[in-house]
Design a protein around this ligand. Structure first.
Ligand code: AHR
Length: 656
């Protein structure tokens, strides 16, 4: 009887769709056989300052090289003369007085108001009509100076679209601030500072922020980009990378202590992606650390995600210099890890907890896990990791440690670390795979046979690369995204082993990227999610709490008939959630037999992603070319029969 009813539904659909009757695939879902728990951390985000993700990206500062610390001190700045005589610039270095921020700019002016400097921003400055902009500068004037700054925002044509004035009236360093409104929107505006009057002024930390940062925090983050992250409802935020943790050499490794405290005291360093790919050179790419560890913790908290810092383990990037700190000099590195836990969780009476409180967050950040090293490999990693693990576990036994198993998902480097760390009973192994869409489809069963009692898995960096070269012509197309969706059903099915996963990289500036594909693209004013973004969003927004079995012909669905599926229940909302990818370019009809469903006849919400064109991408012009579409569907007699569109990924949600 049930079979007959299923057939008739499909028959009707097939007629109405004007297509031929396809064979219906029978799929069983056993709602009352919950298996693995799906951790709250299951789907997260990986943040790395690559592709102008931080400076020039999510960190909303509009002035590039605000403290003149770039290797070329006036990079990003231009002297303006407009026929003026007598004006001059000098970059002064006061290392002994201010080791972290040694340089400042001394400007001597004769009188006219026609002498000035211009900052070009990060590939221009994105400004919006009627938005308030907050200018600030740390400055001092020489004795007897009567100098006024005329701050001017100009559009790409050089026309003034906002201005204000500021008198520098003190011989001691002091922060001055003034605000003005932009009369126009322009993605490529610039900032002029004109000097009016006679004398000399010293300037540092020249800054311009929009008013509309995330939560309107002064000196904060770009709201549209944070919103895209918040919409993912990520379980964790991994920061600050990626290879940026390692640095090309140890001197340029990421050191969290240099990224907290007052912004003007944070020591700028080069961004390793500045020179990584000769064909995508970004000579003006530095790390100001305006977005530092405190801000990363705050961001994680704001968007309801667990913070996941990754620390340098005494090893620089092995693809670059492979420099390691001598094992007997590892103590400061290990101490950094211990101090970070104190910074995040310690009482306000501890040294680092006190700093956290002084920065505005007396309550702890609730740090529970930490990565030791990024993509390290070889015995030198094990040697260094062992020191870290011993010290951290001794002082903070509940902190879960995340280990590198190298940059590859198989091969000798992977095998060595995987075997060794398993023998060492590591907590969580961080696997990375940037592979072809075909690899993702073929590996949907990757975790089906992993040791259920061994370390947990963090799919810490992954993305389907349709072309295969990250610094080349890769696109975030639907082909890659659909393969990721299919693969991710395998991650969910194995949620007892795979506890965390994050696509990488996260953000890319259209005029300043080094690596593709990326999850979210932005320019100076706008942003959009790639098809992969919507895949991530559908998984993360439909996380569920327990995996339940979903099978076709008694087998897990991991590629047979080009179908990939997982199912879970959400105990909190009392719902069943089915995720299914149809990776073939033709429609397929499926019947889900929902055993254990209490309401035999009910409604379900179907949300799907699809495209007829596997090369389809989202773009500034068509930001939602591939984006979720939802509609209601009927469950009859505990059976849901659906046509799955060609090359589609669907999520079905229904009350139990
Ligand atoms: O995500 C880009 C880079 O890929 C990361 O920095 C690194 O960990 C991996 O090789």
């Amino acid at each position: 009887m049930k079979m007959f009813r299923n057939f008739s539904i499909v028959f009707l659909f097939a007629l109405s769709a004007g297509s031929t009757i396809a064979q219906v695939k029978n799929i069983s879902v056993n709602i009352d056989q919950p298996k693995a728990e799906i951790k709250q951390t299951m789907w997260g985000v990986f943040f790395e300052d690559i592709n102008l993700a931080a400076d020039g990206g999510i960190y909303a500062e509009l002035v590039k090289n605000r403290s003149f610390e770039f290797t070329t001190p006036l990079m990003g700045w231009k002297e303006q003369k407009k026929g003026a005589v007598g004006g001059s610039l000098l970059v002064v270095n006061r290392t002994t007085e201010n080791k972290n921020n040694p340089r400042y700019l001394r400007v001597k002016n004769a009188l006219s108001g026609n002498y000035g400097i211009t900052n070009e921003g990060f590939r221009g400055m994105g400004v919006k009509k009627d938005m308030q902009y907050n200018f600030s500068v740390v400055a001092r004037s020489s004795k007897d100076t009567k100098l006024q700054l005329r701050i001017e925002l100009v559009n790409a044509k050089g026309e003034t679209i906002g201005s204000s004035k500021l008198s520098i009236d003190n011989t001691q360093w002091k922060k001055y601030a003034v605000s003005f409104t932009s009369s126009a929107t322009d993605p490529k505006a610039q900032l002029n500072i004109w000097f009016e009057g006679k004398g000399s002024v010293d300037m540092d930390m020249i800054s311009l922020f929009p008013q509309d940062t995330w939560k309107n925090r002064p000196g904060g983050l770009r709201a549209d980009l944070v919103q895209l992250l918040a919409d993912l409802k990520p379980g964790f935020v991994r920061f600050p990378g990626g290879c940026i943790v390692e640095g090309r050499d140890l001197a340029n490794r990421y050191q969290w202590k240099k990224t907290v405290g007052k912004v003007e005291d944070r020591e700028l360093i080069i961004n390793r992606w500045n020179t990584e790919f000769a064909n995508r050179s970004a000579p003006d790419y530095f790390q100001s650390f305006g977005l530092g560890f405190y801000e990363y913790f705050l961001l994680s908290e704001d968007i309801g995600a667990s913070p996941l810092p990754i620390l340098n383990c005494g090893m620089a990037c092995q693809f670059n210099t492979a420099e390691v700190v001598s094992a007997d000099q590892l103590d400061p590195y290990v101490q950094d890890a211990l101090d970070l836990i104190e910074f995040a969780n310690g009482s306000v009476n501890t040294k680092w907890g006190k700093l956290r409180a002084a920065m505005g967050h007396p309550s702890p950040f609730n740090l529970k896990m930490m990565g030791v090293g990024n993509e390290q490999w070889g015995p030198q990693y094990i040697e260094r990791y062992t020191y870290f693990a011993k010290a951290i576990k001794q002082k903070y036994p509940s902190i879960q440690l995340i280990n590198s198993v190298g940059p590859y998902s198989d091969g000798d480097l992977f095998k060595f670390l995987n075997d060794t760390l398993r023998k060492m009973h590591a907590d969580i192994l961080d696997e990375h795979y940037y592979r072809s869409p075909e690899w993702f489809l073929q590996n949907a069963k990757r975790y089906d046979n992993y040791d259920r009692n061994g370390p947990k898995i963090f799919s810490g960096e992954y993305a389907a690369h349709p072309v295969g070269i990250p610094n080349g012509p890769n696109k975030n197309n639907w082909r890659g995204a659909l393969a990721e969706a299919a693969f991710m059903t395998g991650l969910e099915r194995n949620a007892d082993v795979v506890n965390m996963a994050s696509y990488a990289p996260l953000l890319a500036h259209i005029d300043g990227w080094q690596w593709t594909p990326d999850l979210i693209w932005f320019d100076n004013l706008t942003s959009y999610g790639s098809p992969s973004y919507y895949v991530q969003k559908l998984f993360s927004n439909n996380r569920g709490t327990q995996v339940v079995p979903i099978e076709m012909n008694g087998e897990v669905m991991a590629g047979k008939d080009s179908l990939y599926a997982s199912a879970c229940i959400d105990k909190n909302t009392n719902e069943l959630i089915i995720k299914i990818a149809n990776t073939i370019g033709k429609e397929q009809s499926v019947s889900f037999n929902l055993s254990g469903l209490k309401n035999a006849n009910t409604k379900a919400m179907l949300t799907y992603l699809r495209s007829d064109d596997m090369n389809e991408v989202n773009s500034f012009e068509k930001p939602v070319a591939v984006a979720p579409i939802s509609k209601q569907v009927d469950v009859k007699d505990k059976v849901l029969t659906l046509p799955l569109s060609a090359s589609s990924f669907s999520v079905i949600r229904m009350k139990l």
